[in-house]
Design a protein around this ligand. Structure first.
Ligand SMILES: C[S@@+](CC[C@H](N)C(=O)[O-])C[C@H]1O[C@@H](n2cnc3c(N)ncnc32)[C@H](O)[C@@H]1O
Length: 358
């Protein structure tokens, strides 16, 4: 998923530096407290760490609950025998049967269609074009079917979050936006015209229990026992709750009151202090002070709200600090219209490494 601040392209940089302090076979717990898409947790899960993931956004929780929390492809034993087997499948595969069934559902004029599609919003105060009518209706049908199966205990929690994560990924691929959901495009771009299609998730086989939370990181830091705390907070004023509000509503499907041209939901309880220059440093300090971790790693960059020298000064009160740097080409999501004020298309990425004094 194309996500602001995603560490997808920086995984080897993170692995190189973080594993200098701990090897995966140590049995250590790696706490990804601002997990976003979950790519960092997935990478360190593959390496053999025990993962705890957290994010304040519910769509992120769904992604992490699936990619981190699930250790094998689900069997869907409560429903698969009642569904038609897709033609052309040589081997019986429960995931493919379920996804094929959902991909073929008849669309429903539900909340997403009525609020984020041209057909559903035509003639209203705020016509919107985040998805084609067909994709919006199919999203509603899939979301409602998934909820019914889960409510009636036909699918387990793992299976429910597997389907929600697949739907979130699939909807993001057909979203008619430049990159984030702060605005939709006036014309329908080619990728948004493609039909919505749920796909299998890449699940990392494992036999250990990994945990996933949907909390404010500031409230959770002191409660999670871990060896490594990995902090990848927002870098600037752009709140994730407003930039990804449509994914949040697809994930929660809670029929919120919507506001304005873009159909924002109420996000006051999800605003991050890391997007506020007056609060970011003290919020970071709270995480570092309260964590039980032996090592703290902070991803940040040269254009963030907190300055390199003030981060080092604050961290040095808690132990020995080391700073690793890498030049990094921006992601498409980071050079959209909102960010034209950025002059460079590359930026220096930081990894602050703190060995906490005991
Ligand atoms: C830079 S992104 C993380 C990107 C992630 N490492 C990845 O590669 O996908 C920052 C994340 O912090 C989350 N966030 C912001 N404030 C938070 C808070 N107070 N508690 C928990 N999560 C928060 C946002 O929702 C967002 O997903």
């Amino acid at each position: 998923m194309n996500y602001i601040g995603s560490k997808f392209s920086l995984l080897s940089f993170l692995e190189t530096h973080i594993t200098q302090f701990s090897t995966p076979d140590s049995g250590w717990t790696f706490f990804d407290i601002f997990s976003g898409t979950g790519v960092v947790g997935r990478h360190f899960k593959k390496l053999g760490f025990h993962i705890v993931a957290n994010d304040i956004q519910y769509y992120s929780y769904c992604l992490n609950r699936a990619y981190i929390g699930i250790n094998c492809q689900p069997g869907f034993i409560g429903i698969v025998e009642h569904l038609p087997q897709p033609a052309g499948l040589s081997q019986y595969d429960a995931v493919d049967v379920v996804l094929d069934y959902l991909n073929r559902l008849t669309g429903v004029e539900g909340f997403i269609y009525r609020n984020y599609c041209p057909g559903g919003t035509a003639g209203k105060d705020f016509p919107r074009q985040y998805f084609t009518d067909e994709n919006g209706k199919l999203c509603d049908a899939i979301r409602l079917q998934t909820e019914d199966w889960h409510r009636d205990a036909f699918i387990s929690d793992d299976e429910y979050f597997y389907l929600l994560a697949s739907l979130i990924e699939a909807m993001d691929k057909v979203a008619n936006t430049a990159s984030v959901y702060g605005a939709f495009l006036k014309h329908v771009k080619p990728s948004a015209r493609k039909p919505l299609r749920l796909e299998r998730l890449e699940i990392i086989p494992d036999n250990r229990l990994h945990r996933v939370y949907n909390c404010d990181g500031g409230e959770l830091a002191s409660k999670v026992q871990c060896d490594i705390l990995y902090i990848d907070p927002p870098y600037n004023q752009r709140q994730y709750c407003t930039n990804y509000h449509v994914l949040e509503t697809i994930a929660k499907y809670d029929h919120p009151q919507l506001y304005g041209i873009t159909g924002l939901r109420d996000y006051r309880h999800q605003k991050s202090d890391f997007c506020n220059s007056a609060k970011a440093l003290q919020s970071l300090e709270r995480l570092i002070r309260e964590t039980s971790a032996k090592y703290v790693f902070l991803s940040y960059n040269s254009e963030g709200l907190m300055r390199e020298d003030e981060i080092i000064r604050m961290m040095s009160q808690y132990g020995v600090v080391d700073l690793r740097k890498e030049d990094y080409r921006r992601f498409r999501a980071d050079i959209d219209r909102e960010n034209r004020r950025y002059r460079a298309d590359s930026v220096t990425e930081y990894l602050f490494c703190l060995k906490k004094a005991r």
